[in-house]
Write a protein that binds this ligand. Structure first.
Ligand SMILES: Nc1nc2c(ncn2[C@@H]2O[C@H](COP(=O)(O)OP(=O)(O)OP(=O)(O)O)[C@@H](O)[C@H]2O)c(=O)[nH]1
Ligand SMILES: [Mg+2]
Length: 317
């Protein structure tokens, strides 16, 4: 496929075009993703998550500059499942004005909510693959909030950085247990404001409890992303986390788990599509649906019945 050859040769326009195919789930996308698959698996994927306005985009921008000093090639993905207008668009705007827009080794992509066949997490994973195959060394993925989508996306990162701001101690404790679980590194950003030390201490205390006895205890760092303070430390900590993943054998374990999870999801989609399409073309579908609506049938046994009819098989041996 020409677009794939060009991508692998380092053509940025081919990469952007392929990303659009992926986002629109076009027919080309699957074929191209299949071809690039052997070229993936090299990049360090870093998730940056946290509440709205915590300074994630600012941090991402400054981290990207820090990584450029180490001569790494950077991909940035801004994911905003709640709104196509906030995070992603803002990131785009800010970046157009900043110096990272001029750096050809930094590629930025915003992801909105449009046409997500396999869900946002799936298409984000596919975009990560495109950047990875293109040869990006570091891929920064910004997600907002604490919903399931963020947790899913954190599942595809090697290192997850959770950004908090001073003075949210109670909120952290009450509602962000899930977020505490997914963080490998915590950042108290806006440390120019009051209460950063207290928030850092509170986070450390909570993490002490949750991570007692584990090999990697997530550190808490203070930053002022706006002026770049603390970026060297965050970058070094991200690198230390990758060293830890490699030396402990966790990198391999996580990669295997990630690949299996992704494969099962793709398989599920493939099989489901096949069965549904088949049921629909056999003309049974509307009649069956009607039966469920007027309670002559129930959806559980009907789904099973369709599966058996389409595949010709009962339970697996
Ligand atoms: N005081 C202070 N403000 C900051 C700092 N870092 C970022 N900001 C400001 O906080 C605001 C939000 O920053 P963003 O980087 O857009 O935050 P975000 O988390 O990406 O926001 P969303 O993507 O909309 O959730 C901007 O006005 C930034 O300039 C900081 O360290 N200190
Ligand atoms: Mg943002």
């Amino acid at each position: 496929m020409e677009i794939v050859d060009r991508l692998l040769e380092g053509d940025r326009r081919a990469m952007a075009r392929l990303m659009s195919h992926v986002e629109n789930s076009s027919a080309h996308a699957k074929e191209a993703l299949a071809l690039i698959y052997p070229h993936t698996g090299r990049a360090h994927i870093i998730g940056i998550t946290g509440p709205p306005g915590a300074g994630k985009s600012t941090l991402v921008e400054k981290l990207a500059l820090e990584y450029r000093k180490l001569d790494r090639k950077i991909g940035i993905i801004a994911v905003d499942p709640s709104s196509p207008f906030t995070g992603g668009a803002l990131l785009g705007d800010r970046i157009r004005m900043s110096k990272i827009a001029l750096d050809r080794e930094i590629f930025i992509r915003s992801m909105g909510t449009r046409g997500k066949l396999g869900g946002l997490a799936r298409s984000t994973n596919d975009i990560i693959k495109v950047l990875d195959a293109f040869g990006k060394d570091v891929i920064l993925v910004e997600t907002v909030g604490a919903g399931q989508a963020e947790v899913d996306i954190a599942g595809s990162a090697h290192t997850t950085v959770v950004v908090e701001i001073p003075g949210t101690g109670d909120d952290i404790q009450a509602s962000k247990a899930g977020i505490l679980e997914i963080g490998d590194i915590f950042v108290v950003n806006k440390a120019d404001r009051d209460g950063a030390d207290r928030t850092k201490l509170e986070l450390e205390t909570m993490l002490e409890l949750g991570f007692y006895g584990r090999k990697w205890k997530p550190p808490v760092l203070k930053t002022i992303a706006r002026d770049g303070s603390g970026m060297v430390e965050v970058t070094e900590m991200i690198e230390s986390h990758m060293d830890y993943l490699k030396s402990s054998g966790n990198l391999e374990v996580c990669n295997r788990e990630r690949i299996e999870r992704e494969f099962l999801e793709i398989l599920r989609e493939e099989v489901t599509e096949f069965i549904i399409e088949n049921a629909k073309t056999q003309g049974l579908y509307l009649e069956i649906l009607e039966g469920i609506i007027c309670k002559e049938r129930d959806p559980y046994s009907t789904a099973r019945e369709i599966r058996v009819r389409v595949t010709g098989q009962n339970e697996p041996e």
